[in-house]
Design a protein around this ligand. Structure first.
Ligand code: SPD
Length: 279
């Protein structure tokens, strides 16, 4: 009998041929599963939603991380909110000037299970610059003001438990936790989502930051295959501030990110520009 991993996301459903469920446990927060798939290798599934896979994870993690890291003038202190699989921390530490990375992940079980099943994702979690804080990222930021050059919000989607990480209150906290001229990047959702919150996310970001730039990337294992992010800052502009030498340096070891990909990612298709109110 064939086994399929499926994810239902509003009015669509994706399916991936699977080899078996390697791990399944209800943590304090969510159902944590590791499923072996034929095309994408091992996948981390939280409450039925695919979070990361062995084979396409590089797109999401590189694109969440590098646009901000190559645009900020000197990123030294970084906070990753969520991201317990470790992929974002791994990408942050490709930048040699980084002195400190806080990983604020609410679910310690996610970190433990990923250490076992995703050794490449988690390869930098024991780096001495990494400070793992198992707890609510929202609460963590409340108690840490003016500490970070960049905050990367590597959350679940803006439905259910992850919803709080897309609110006005959360974005105000990120602003306070950043140093002057800092950058916040948050994952958002697919522009094809019929219940799009992209306009709302942009508006809320603009209550806190003078700029909020949408950008996109193609991620085959996320719903609709086309995913998106926002880059928010008062002083750093992703196209005007990006350093070509730093982009070229990262490109030596990247699988997706290049200087041309960086520029192209910020191009907003016409229908979306109208939806976001930037046309
Ligand atoms: N629809 C899935 C979006 C998941 C975004 N976060 C993934 C965490 C990977 N580090």
């Amino acid at each position: 009998m064939e086994l399929w991993l499926t994810e239902t996301y509003g009015p669509i459903r994706g399916g991936w041929k699977a080899g078996g469920v390697l791990y399944s446990k209800q943590s304090k927060y969510q159902l944590v599963e590791i499923v072996e798939t034929e095309r994408w290798g091992k996948t981390l599934v939280l409450d039925g939603c695919m979070m990361t896979t062995e084979k396409d994870e590089f797109v999401y993690h590189e694109m969440l991380t590098h646009p901000a890291m190559v645009s900020h003038p000197a990123p030294k202190s970084i906070c990753v909110v969520g991201g317990g699989d470790g992929g974002t921390v791994r990408e942050v530490l490709r930048h040699p000037g980084v002195e400190r990375v806080v990983l604020a992940e609410i679910d310690g079980d996610v970190i433990d299970v990923c250490r076992k099943y995703f050794p490449d994702h988690t390869s930098k979690l024991d780096d001495p610059r990494v400070d793992i804080q198992v707890g609510d990222g929202f609460e963590y930021l409340k108690n840490h003001q003016g500490e970070f050059d960049i905050i990367l919000s590597d959350s679940t989607d803006p439905i259910g438990p992850g919803e709080v990480l897309f609110t006005q209150e959360y974005f105000a906290l990120t602003k306070r936790a950043l140093r002057d001229g800092g950058v916040l990047v948050t994952q958002s959702h697919s522009p094809w989502d019929p219940d799009s919150r992209l306009r709302n996310i942009r508006d809320v970001l603009l209550h806190n930051f003078s700029q909020a730039h949408w950008y996109g990337a193609v991620i085959p294992t996320y719903p609709y295959g086309w995913w998106s992010f926002f880059f928010a800052s008062d002083k750093v502009h992703p196209l005007e501030s990006a350093r070509i030498e730093r982009m070229q340096e990262i490109t030596q070891n990247s699988k997706y990110f290049t200087p041309a990909v960086h520029d192209a990612a910020f191009a907003v298709p016409a229908f979306l520009a109208r939806e976001l109110g930037v046309a």
